[in-house]
Design a protein around this ligand. Structure first.
Ligand SMILES: Cc1cc2nc3c(=O)[nH]c(=O)nc-3n(C[C@H](O)[C@H](O)[C@H](O)COP(=O)(O)OP(=O)(O)OC[C@H]3O[C@@H](n4cnc5c(N)ncnc54)[C@H](O)[C@@H]3O)c2cc1C
Length: 396
């Protein structure tokens, strides 16, 4: 059977559903083809099941791309305030968790229900369990093969996302499609992903598994003040997820374990005020008992039981340096199995920043995560999905 419409959207995720509803609201006939048995699976599991759907502080600087200016047009066409207004219109209760991150009070399923309701209201058809395997263009129409049926439209929107969490149905199909039509695609890799550690620090991570510390992390151009979590396999928590997007294999990550303090100066002062305090007691007061014991056992500056009174200046400086500039060299990341996003993707130079249409292949659009625009942790990726979807839908 052949199903015809004005627009075909590939992928019923965040970007695909929102684009379909917006395009349909403009009077276009739209069908969304999704190979999974449910729409919006990533939305459902996002934000620990509560979906961090946007952020009060959306800024272009919170996105990684080979062209940092590309995201500006879409983000200004449809902002966080627009999406917040839609959420409020549907009466979905939400709260700011921290750093402007907005989460549903209840379940993420309300966001999916809202998107599906928008599709239904405007007449966009969502077809599930359609495994799209092939796309052809005859000069006028895109013909999509999905299972035993065919679908035809003059406009094709690719919203198939990135390959993170393949068990949810994620694929790299959008990259293949871009290449098929001659668009350049940047190599992709896992982002917002925990680090694995295999060197001598592995036993420290295992011993401290479950411990969380407020730290400052730095790598290449990335710099974040957030929590770091020790895990059995290495390091995670928001600080490490954020910096993983800036990390390249072989790089060291610099961790300030005591941000906002000057340990060298503090040790000198305490040497007079509390001379009998041991180094371990001092560090435990600033972090945790378990961290102080395990971390001090790995360094060679002094014994953990050494009293502050018996530390010399050189030892105090060395200790402070190790705590403020702890160098960690991850062996890798947990990869797409647990990554929240894929970095890289369709080269933005191939697309119009205003419409998301391919410059070389008329009628072909790429939106959401498949494009080389990746947000920081905290609702930035969903906002890119909403904004790019909206911008595209206005110009179909
Ligand atoms: C565990 C987890 C938690 C996250 N939490 C957050 C969060 O709280 N806040 C935030 O901003 N971001 C979060 N993200 C990132 C966010 O989910 C993505 O950036 C966003 O979903 C991208 O939207 P998209 O529509 O481009 O792709 P997706 O939402 O991935 O949708 C793509 C759709 O295309 C379908 N598809 C793929 N290939 C085919 C094919 N060949 N044929 C048919 N259909 C196909 C997929 O099944 C999927 O339904 C999280 C990601 C993960 C993995």
């Amino acid at each position: 059977m052949l199903y015809e419409s004005d627009v075909i959207v590939l992928g019923a995720g965040a970007a695909g559903l929102f684009c379909a509803a917006q395009a349909a609201s403009r009077g276009l006939s739209v069908q969304v083809l999704e190979h999974a048995n449910k729409p919006g699976k990533k939305i459902l599991m996002s934000g620990g099941g509560r979906c961090n759907f946007t952020n009060y502080y959306i800024e272009p600087s919170c996105y990684l791309s080979h062209n940092p200016h590309f995201c500006k047009s879409a983000l200004s066409q449809y902002s966080q305030w627009d999406f917040i207004a839609l959420v409020e219109q549907y009466g979905i209760a939400y709260h700011e968790k921290k750093l402007g991150q907005l989460f549903c009070d209840d379940k993420a399923k309300h966001i999916v229900a809202m998107l599906l309701d928008q599709c239904q209201q405007h007449g966009a058809v969502v077809r599930l369990e359609v495994p799209v395997t092939e796309v052809q263009h005859d000069g006028e129409h895109y013909q999509v093969q999905g299972g035993e049926h065919s679908y035809r439209a003059s406009k094709l929107v690719v919203a198939t996302g990135g390959p993170s969490i393949p068990t949810l149905g994620a694929t790299g199909f959008g990259y293949q499609l871009a290449q098929q039509f001659g668009l350049r695609v940047y190599p992709h890799r896992a982002g917002l992903v925990p680090f694995t550690i295999t060197d001598q620090l592995r036993s420290l991570c295992q011993a401290l598994s479950g411990t969380s510390l407020a730290v400052n992390v730095e790598c290449n151009d990335g710099y974040f003040d957030e929590d770091m979590l020790f895990t059995h396999r290495g390091l995670s928590g928001p600080a490490m997820l954020q910096i993983s997007s800036y990390w390249q294999p072989g790089d060291a990550v610099r961790v300030n374990l005591l941000p906002g303090s000057d340990s060298a100066q503090e040790l000198r002062q305490l040497q007079h005020e509390r001379p009998r305090l041991s180094v371990r007691q001092w560090l435990a007061e600033k972090t945790t008992q378990r961290f102080a014991e395990q971390w001090l056992a790995l360094q060679s500056v002094c014994d953990a039981t050494t009293s502050l009174a018996s530390l010399n200046g050189e030892q105090m400086d060395a200790l402070a340096q190790q705590l403020h500039q702890w160098q960690v060299k991850p062996s890798g990341t947990e990869g797409y199995r647990t990554a929240e996003v894929a970095l890289g993707g369709v080269d933005t130079d191939e697309l119009s920043s205003k419409t998301l249409e391919s410059k070389r292949q008329p009628g072909l659009y790429f939106i959401g995560e498949v494009v080389d625009v990746t947000g920081h942790l905290g609702g930035f990726n969903f906002q890119w999905a909403w904004s790019s979807a909206y911008a595209c839908a206005q110009h179909l």
